[in-house]
Design a protein around this ligand. Structure first.
Ligand code: GLY
Length: 368
């Protein structure tokens, strides 16, 4: 695959996403061509990323005013404490609006770094270098930033588009298989949103995609980015259309929060479980046709991760699941909004249900 450039044009900002092998090694040229200038840079570095990548990035940026801030990325550390320690570093080194935060890590690092960039002195420059599949196909695109708190996931945050995204697909080679499946969850979500063409491509080639075989992984990444680009360009601030990107997420966020963000279920896995729940819920409520239902469920069952809710929850957990589903950002005070599937390529965003209906769904799914 050669280097590919996608331009995201939203109302608030136009910025490039550069995707390709070894693009971190080419960062100097990318900064030049994208006219991304800054004086000082704070690299927020996820300690899970191989150190070599950090050294290359630092060397190629070629600035003696580059400071590194190590961040142990986890849902538990995606909080105000981490934001404060980043802000303190920015103050300590006297960063101003011509300076820049660079995130080098997965989705959590990107969300935390982007949020810090959006509030420090009302906003400084932000470059996102996503190193996981999930971050490359989803969270680095579209400007959502934020942190978790005890009430739920991503409930505090902002929309701030980055100035530049650099997705180095060579990074994927160092990821554990579990991380690749997580990213695949968002690729699958985008394909169900987009239609049969993309979905059937995944069904046919998913073994090769998750083994990172060329050209299948590259096509899956590019298609996913293009689908997300189309949506966020039309609705940057999630007033309407962008809600379709939350397919499976109301369930997923409740699953993660109810398990206190334990390593037992990470975000991408929760999204796959969430898509499965949304598909089943759609079927039980006569929304999706049997053929599409079977195709989605069979595909998820083939993914070789445990997507049976009984592996994670018991009937006694229904109250807490409902509590977190109610605190989802999309809800008003009385009903729970779910993003559901009519068919592959046709997603419904306005469906609202009372909690009893959702309680019944969980009661049916959970055996014990
Ligand atoms: N991950 C959903 C969105 O960016 O809107």
């Amino acid at each position: 695959m050669r280097k590919t450039k996608l331009i995201i044009k939203t109302k608030s900002k136009k910025y490039p996403i550069i995707i390709g092998p070894n693009v971190i090694g080419d960062i100097n040229n990318i900064l030049k061509f994208s006219k991304t200038y800054f004086e000082k840079a704070l690299i927020i570095y996820d300690t899970k990323v191989p150190k070599k990548k950090l050294f290359i990035l630092k060397k190629k940026i070629n600035s003696n005013k580059t400071i590194v801030h190590s961040f142990k990325a986890s849902e538990k550390n995606k909080n105000f404490k981490s934001i404060n320690s980043i802000l303190n570093k920015l103050f300590k080194f006297n960063f101003n609006r011509n300076d820049c935060i660079i995130s080098l890590g997965g989705g959590i690092t990107g969300d935390v770094s982007g949020f810090a960039a959006s509030i420090y002195k009302r906003g400084i420059k932000f470059i996102n270098i996503p190193t996981t599949l999930l971050a490359q196909v989803d969270s680095s695109i579209g400007g959502k930033t934020g942190v978790n708190n005890k009430y739920g996931k991503n409930l505090i945050g902002s929309f701030m588009q980055p100035d530049l995204v650099v997705s180095d697909i060579n990074n994927l080679k160092s990821l554990p298989k579990r991380e690749i499946i997580c990213g695949y969850g968002e690729i699958l979500k985008h394909s169900i949103i987009n239609g049969y063409g993309t979905f059937n491509y995944l069904k046919k080639n998913f073994h090769k995609i998750i083994k990172l075989k060329s050209p299948f992984i590259e096509k899956a990444i590019l298609d996913s980015c293009k689908i997300k680009k189309k949506i966020v360009e039309k609705d940057e601030k999630e007033k309407d259309l962008r809600k379709i990107l939350n397919l499976g997420h109301s369930f997923a966020h409740a699953y993660e929060a109810s398990l206190s963000y334990s390593k037992k279920l990470n975000h991408g896995e929760a999204v796959i479980l969430g898509i499965k729940s949304a598909t089943k819920f759609s079927f039980q409520n006569n929304i999706i046709n049997k053929k599409d239902y079977n195709q989605i469920i069979n595909h998820i069952n083939n993914l070789n991760i445990n997507t049976d809710l009984n592996n994670y929850f018991r009937k006694k957990d229904i109250n807490i699941l409902i509590k977190y589903m109610k605190s989802d950002k999309k809800n008003n005070s009385t009903k729970i909004n779910l993003i559901l599937i009519k068919s592959v390529g046709k997603i419904l965003i306005k469906m609202k249900f009372n909690e009893l209906k959702i309680r019944k769904f969980f009661a049916r799914e959970l055996i014990y």
